[in-house]
Design a protein. Structure first.
Length: 386
């Protein structure tokens, strides 16, 4: 007997070459034409501004999409979890950065094994640290060999999450990394996630001014001690234009630009950054109609709402609530409500956790109305939590 994922794959595979109308609901769908325009815009932007692009694969969790981004010019991919790195490496992505701290010695043994594996295949693994203990555990796991893994010191630049608290705190960690032959001091991790979702351009610019000041201070202190931080890496889809033009950041980690979710659409557009299109949708169907609202068959199990309810693509409708299997919508104009059985396309509030709910993304070309299914994209790192 086939497992549920195998049944799903077989059913979805049968759609290739068929009309978009044949996709059953709910389903996670990517408009490949829009996605590829987004991909090229960002690749061109990074090249024009002389910065590296290392997109965050935690957004799509897909080796196939990672490789497309790298073919377009990305130097590698970011992930947040060891298992994400392992899943993408197994599927052919050989330049990875775990932009997060790993402390547990057994997990660091996996990190060390992956670093050696990637190096043997001509690739590279990097990791972030924010403690002397983390560096010591990492060095012990690497055991022997020279320059086996790139290590970035993480500085808290406003996220109030991981990272050393003050620029001066970067120096002892940089010195500790430099003292271990198996570790290479690669630079500074300086990502402010909060700044990505500040709604006005002015707010985001003010936040990045503080980021730049902290980064420059950390660099000054480290260089005065005779070491260097070769690369400053960070940025997201809300602020990457500011980092790219700063003269301080050498690498961008933006990820959501590829799909663009409803939350990013709430930001005031920055004319200094290219505009990206919505490319990720949850296809849903109206399953119930009432006098003042309709209900579609896509709920919490199909899309994440921690960053807000979904938008409805191309319709004068707004989401008013969501439960496990349902999303309730009401009209925002005097136009009649959709009829029973109508197809509605939801733009998820947050693409990253939405993708993690699905084994496959259905790729379509030619638009959401008249297009056809052309490929299935595997979510290789779905459920990679450790």
């Amino acid at each position: 007997m086939k497992s549920a994922p195998e049944h799903l794959h077989a059913r979805l595979h049968s759609l290739i070459g068929q009309s978009v109308a044949t996709i059953d609901t709910p389903a996670l769908v990517v408009d490949l034409d829009a996605m590829e325009r987004n991909l090229q815009k960002m690749a061109d932007y990074a090249k024009a501004h002389g910065v590296k692009l290392r997109p965050h694969a935690k957004m799509h969790k897909s080796a196939a999409l990672s490789l497309r981004q790298m073919q377009a010019g990305a130097v590698g991919m970011c992930v947040q979890k060891t298992s994400e790195a392992e899943a993408l490496a197994a599927a052919g992505v050989h330049n990875l950065y775990i932009s997060n701290e790993v402390i547990a010695p057994p997990k660091l043994q996996r990190v060390a094994a992956l670093a050696r594996n990637l190096q043997a295949r001509g690739g590279r693994l990097a990791i972030a640290v924010d403690s002397l203990l983390g560096i010591e555990h990492l060095a012990q796991a690497m055991d022997s060999g020279a320059n086996l893994i790139d290590v970035f010191v993480e500085l808290d630049v406003g996220q109030k999450r991981c990272g050393v608290a003050e620029p001066a705190d970067v120096l002892p960690l940089a010195q500790a990394i430099a003292s271990h032959p198996s570790l290479r001091l690669a630079g500074l991790q300086a990502y402010n996630g909060r700044a990505q979702h500040l709604r006005t351009v002015a707010e985001r610019r003010a936040a990045l001014d503080e980021v730049i000041a902290r980064v420059q201070e950390a660099r000054r202190i480290v260089e005065a001690a005779g070491l260097s931080l070769p690369l400053v890496t960070g940025a997201g889809s809300g602020t990457f234009g500011l980092e790219a033009s700063s003269g301080v950041f050498g690498e961008l980690q933006a990820g959501s630009y590829l799909f663009m979710d409803a939350d990013y659409a709430r930001n005031e557009a920055d004319p200094a950054q290219p505009a990206f299109e919505h490319a990720l949708f949850v296809k849903s169907q109206v399953m119930s109609v009432s006098p003042g609202h309709v209900v579609v068959d896509a709920g919490h199990k199909s899309h994440a709402i921690e960053s807000g309810l979904p938008r409805v693509h191309g319709e004068a409708l707004e989401a008013t609530g969501c439960s496990d299997e349902h999303t309730t919508l009401r009209a925002t104009s005097s136009a009649p409500l959709p009829t029973l059985g109508a197809t509605l396309w939801l733009i998820p509030g947050h693409c990253d956790p939405t993708v993690n709910l699905h084994d496959w993304i259905v790729g379509v070309r030619g638009g959401l109305q008249a297009g056809s299914v052309t490929e299935l994209i595997r979510v290789d790192a779905r459920g990679c939590l450790d």
